[in-house]
Ligand binder design. Sequence first.
Ligand SMILES: [Zn+2]
Length: 253
Amino acid sequence: MPLHQTTAFILRTYPFSEAHKICVLLTRSTGLIRGVAHGARKMKSRFGASLEPFTEVSLTYHEKEGQELVRISTCEIVQSHFHHASKTENAAALSYFTELLCEFSPAHEANEKLYRLVIATMEAMAKNSQLDSLLRYFEVWLLKISGFFPDLNKCISCNSEIALSSGVWLSPDGTPQCYGCSGGRGVTISSELKRSFEAILRNNPTIFAEQDKPVEHLSAIGDIAYRLIRRIVERDLRSYDLMNQLQAETKLI
Ligand SMILES: [Zn+2]
């Protein structure tokens, strides 16, 4: 059984028999993996608090050929982010991130950019960055890294460059078109809104969250990103609905 060593984020854990846990992890060197942490449910577990969601850990594990579940050998905390989850709205955002990562990360395939996105998002959350901005940042970059984010500067139909000062129209399948080719049909992305998308793609999440931007841009980016996400995963994400319900209730209080 070969031994692997990498850093990883804990995404989810499930009880597995009376004494063990199954962990879903986003590793730096092999992408998404599932593994068994033996004895993790016991009172005096050697895993301690290292298996809490979004804790970054230094991990060693054994892999057996032909088996999907790896055997987690050691797991030591590099950086704990679990305390963010004490705020209900952060906890809801973290479960949304988890669901997105589980949908978009192919198993056993390293993706350095995706791993760095999680690090940067956690750092921004630790600085109490505005949550709506972080959510939109994460969605857009996840789509971009996975190759699903449309180039807003080029019309797919006539292959022409779309000027910075012009809007762009997205067809229902997310294809960007100029005004002429779209006939004004589809989701309109104004030149100003295009700039807010650019701000996400050019900055780290902490800086993007600090920048002034119209509130309606954030909700428009959220609608467009989720429309693309929903089309790709072909279903609604449970955590997304719960998060929005929670936000709506918080606003009513
Ligand atoms: Zn065109």
